[in-house]
Structures are given as structure tokens and as C-alpha cells.
Design a protein around this ligand. Structure first.
Ligand code: NAG
Ligand code: NAG
Ligand code: ZN
Length: 446
């Protein structure tokens, strides 16, 4: 008996579909209806174009406020600078006089180059085979904003009541320095009234199965070195040209940079615990219509450096190195240091949050992560800089934490993604953290 050709084909095709469907469901996770809703909230937020230079703050704010309303949180929109809203959401504790917990996340994102992405960067495409949700901001840091909110929704639903108040701040402009966002917020009367005891802010993904936690940011400095010297014919050999002096400076810095980098390469120190000094521009030469005058040694030359310092660095030693080795004034060089933020907090202490038993919040935080069934890596200094520095400058303990384990580090990269399963798991982690921190009663004054 032979079946008509089209029957055979459709039968084979349906077999094929069955096998595809089976293999897909074997690799992807099965989510509950609530979890699917959480994922879709994340995708909706990711689809709002919050990238610089023109972030859609208004749409983002109205979306986030509607989520907060649906949870029943108090909301306050602050606008320190027009069209740059900062949202403050509050779940009032049963004893609002206690120092509160502040969960911070920035609304803005860095730009993306769509043609370098496998899916458009604001599509929040969820790959059915891998569960990866592709979007600019998926890791940095829209995930935590939705995780904070969904964790609170879930705790509220379960009947949990916090002892301390929980606040969420959703802030603009972190990616461009925070001057119109967190910096103004921490100086405001509204912030003072929150009586914040502990801040959690963004962290970074972890390749291993341990979450990373950051207790300090490196201090970002910029240094501009200017050298002057006698100009002269390009053919002449003589001492004291601007270029020669600047090259001496660059060589001294390169030697120092090598020493620091060698410690990283040898595994003695993590990259975030050394001083990085990287040249970022050079400006010299005498312009001509076709480029530069080639037979003339210029009388001025300039070079810019990006410097990042661990907060524990010995500042006096570094200044001495700059003045004596890198840019000695007797060689007719001068420098300008731009320190984008203080090196010490308001109490004169190093800008870091102790991640040990000397900080009463630490064991509570750590235990909450562990009891959610997860692991925490050794606390680290963050190589770069976040809004956390503004809170630490006020002496408020602040940890950088984004629960993304077994995830490639893709912040500011092409094809930034977060796996749906990792995102959903993060909500559970925050449920554990928020309930522990908000019911924690301190013996002392904090
Ligand atoms: C530095 O510049 C001054 C003024 O131009 C000059 O008189 C002096 O000789 C220079 N010093 C050196 C070491 O080149
Ligand atoms: C706790 O950490 C701080 C800052 O890193 C450090 O100065 C202090 O010695 C540590 N204390 C203990 C008890 O380990
Ligand atoms: Zn970020």
C-alpha cells in the first residue's frame, strides 16, 4: 500500500515538528504564569529607548510608575533638572523611624550600534532555544529595576510586612556621570528624609556560579600633561624640546603602568586593585594644509591620561610620583588633575563599604544570598565607577550587586543579553535579601 505523496510529506513534517518541540522544551526552562509576566515586564522596559544621547525618560518613568502602582507602592517623581525624572518608590515599613533600605538602579543606557547586533538592541528578543533576552540595558542595569519591583510584588502577595521601609530610586544619567541624577538626589532634602541605612546598587555579571559583590569603586581621575620647549628645525638634535619632554613623561608612566599590569598578569592582584594609567589622547604638532609641518619641532605638546585608583591608594605617594617622576616642573611640564569625585567620605574615611563582620549589614546580606540557594564570590572593588560613590561619599554603606551568575559580562558590549532563567532567579534572590534586610533589627544606633 502506498500513501499519496502529500500525506507522507505532511506526516514526516509533523514528526519533525514534534522532535523540534521536544528538544526545545528540554533545553529551555518552564516558567509559571507569574514568571512569564515578570519576564514580559522586563521585556517591556527593555523596549523603551533609554540610550544616550536622547534617553526616553518620560516613557520609562510612566512605565515604571504604572508597575509601582500595580504593586501598591507610594510613588514620588522628583525633577532636579527638567525632563530628567528621578522616581522614588516606597514600601513603608511597620517602623518607618528605623534607617531604611534603598535599592538603586539607573534608567539610562549607553548607545548601541544596531548593525552589530544579532537582534535589534531595543527589541528585547527572547531566543526560544536559549532563553537569552537581547537588549541594550539587559545587564546594565534594567534587570535589577524590574527584579526589585517584582520581588516586592511577590513578598507583598505572600503577606510579608517589612519592619524597615524599602525605597527604590530609579535615576537618570548614571551613564554620563550622574551630575543631574544621583549627585543631585543625595544632596536633596528628600534623600535626607529617607534616613538610608544601606544601599544596594548595580553590580556586574559573573562567569562562574558565584554572584559578585562590590564594596568600592575605583576613583576616576583624568590627567592632562602639557610640555613646552624650544622650537627648532626638524633636523636639529638639541635638548629640551616639548616633544622630548612629553615622551619622557609618557615613558615614565608606561613603566609604572607595566609594573601595575604585571601584578595583574601574575595573578597577585585583581585588575580593580591596581592603579591603571592609560593614555587617551595626544595633541602636538604644527598643522599645515596637508597635515602637519614635518620639518619643525613644536614648542608645545599635550597628552591626556585616564587614571583609576583603588580607594585604598596612598594618595601622597602618588602625588609625589606625579610631581617627581612623571611631570617634573623643572622640565617645563605642567599637569592638570581632574578628580571627578572625592577620595574620602564626609567622615574623612576611605570611600569603601566594609564587607566583613565590622559592618553589621554584611552578614545579613551574605546570609540572605546563601539562604536563597546561591553562592557569593569574594567581595571586590569595581574597576569602573557607578552612582554608588555618591552614597558612599555620605558615609552610607553601599554594595554593588546584580544577581547574574553563569553569564558572560556584556555591559556596554554588542549583543548584551540576560537569560530568562537568570533574570527570574534574581527575583527570588532579592525576595530573600529584601525580607532579611528589612526585618533586621540592629542592636546599635543604625
Ligand atoms: C623653562 O622655560 C623657561 C621660560 O620659557 C626658560 O627660561 C627655561 O630655560 C626653561 N627650562 C628648561 C629646563 O628648559
Ligand atoms: C573589615 O574591612 C575593612 C575595610 O576593608 C578593613 O579595614 C577592616 O580591617 C576589616 N575588619 C575585619 C575585622 O576584618
Ligand atoms: Zn550601569
Amino acid at each position: 500500500m502506498s500513501l499519496p505523496c502529500h500525506v507522507t510529506r505532511s506526516f514526516l513534517l509533523s514528526l519533525l515538528f514534534v522532535s523540534i518541540a521536544t528538544s526545545a522544551s528540554a533545553s529551555a526552562s518552564v516558567f509559571s504564569e507569574d514568571e512569564e509576566t515578570q519576564i514580559s515586564h522586563f521585556q517591556q522596559y527593555l523596549r523603551i529607548r533609554t540610550a544616550h544621547p536622547d534617553p526616553e525618560y518620560t516613557s520609562a518613568a510612566s512605565f515604571l510608575l504604572s508597575l509601582a502602582d500595580s504593586i501598591g507602592l507610594q510613588t514620588l517623581t522628583l525633577e532636579f533638572v527638567p525632563n530628567k525624572p528621578l522616581l522614588l518608590l516606597t514600601w513603608l515599613g511597620s517602623d518607618p523611624s528605623l534607617p531604611s533600605i534603598l535599592l538603586n538602579s539607573h534608567i539610562d543606557s549607553v548607545p548601541a550600534e544596531p548593525d552589530k547586533w544579532v537582534h535589534p538592541p531595543f527589541s528585547a528578543t527572547r531566543d526560544p532555544a536559549t532563553g537569552h533576552i537581547y537588549a541594550r540595558g539587559a545587564q546594565d542595569d534594567k534587570c535589577i529595576a524590574i527584579q526589585y519591583l517584582e520581588a516586592i510584588r511577590s513578598l507583598k502577595k505572600s503577606g510579608f510586612t517589612p519592619l524597615r521601609s524599602i525605597h527604590i530610586s530609579l535615576v537618570p544619567d548614571e551613564e554620563i556621570g550622574g551630575a543631574d541624577g544621583s549627585m543631585k538626589f543625595v544632596q536633596s532634602e528628600e534623600f535626607r528624609k529617607l534616613n538610608v541605612g544601606l544601599v544596594l546598587d548595580e553590580g556586574q555579571a559573573s562567569l562562574s556560579d558565584e554572584f559578585r559583590v562590590f564594596y568600592a569603586d575605583r576613583l576616576p581621575w583624568r590627567m592632562i600633561v602639557k610640555a613646552t620647549g624650544s622650537p627648532g628645525h626638524g633636523s636639529r638634535m638639541y635638548d629640551g624640546t616639548a616633544m622630548e619632554r612629553l615622551m619622557d613623561c609618557a615613558e615614565a608612566i608606561a613603566r609604572f603602568r607595566d609594573c601595575q599590569f604585571d601584578m595583574v598578569k601574575a595573578g597577585i592582584r585583581p585588575a580593580s586593585e591596581v592603579i591603571s594609567v592609560n593614555p587617551v589622547y595626544m595633541k602636538a604638532g604644527t598643522p599645515s594644509p596637508s597635515g602637519f609641518v614635518m620639518n619643525m619641532q613644536p614648542s608645545e605638546a599635550e597628552m591626556g591620561f585616564d587614571i583609576r585608583l583603588p580607594p585604598t591608594v596612598h594618595l601622597e605617594q602618588l602625588m609625589e610620583r606625579i610631581n617627581k617622576e612623571w611631570v617634573p616642573a623643572y622640565k617645563n611640564m605642567s599637569y592638570t588633575l581632574i578628580k571627578t569625585g572625592p577620595a574620602r567620605d564626609c567622615n574623612g574615611k576611605v570611600l569603601l563599604t566594609p564587607a566583613n563582620e565590622s559592618n553589621p549589614w554584611w552578614p545579613v546580606f551574605k546570609q540572605a544570598v546563601i539562604s536563597s540557594g546561591n553562592k557569593l564570590a569574594k567581595p571586590e572593588i569595581l574597576s569602573s565607577t557607578t552612582d554608588a560613590r555618591f552614597m558612599r561619599a555620605l558615609g552610607i554603606p553601599t554594595f554593588g550587586f546584580s544577581p547574574m551568575a553563569s553569564t558572560p559580562i556584556l555591559l556596554h558590549d554588542h549583543n548584551e543579553f540576560l537569560k530568562d532563567e537568570v533574570f527570574v532567579k534574581g527575583i527570588k534572590v532579592y525576595e530573600s535579601i529584601i525580607s532579611a534586610l528589612s526585618s533586621f533589627k540592629l542592636a546599635s544606633s543604625i
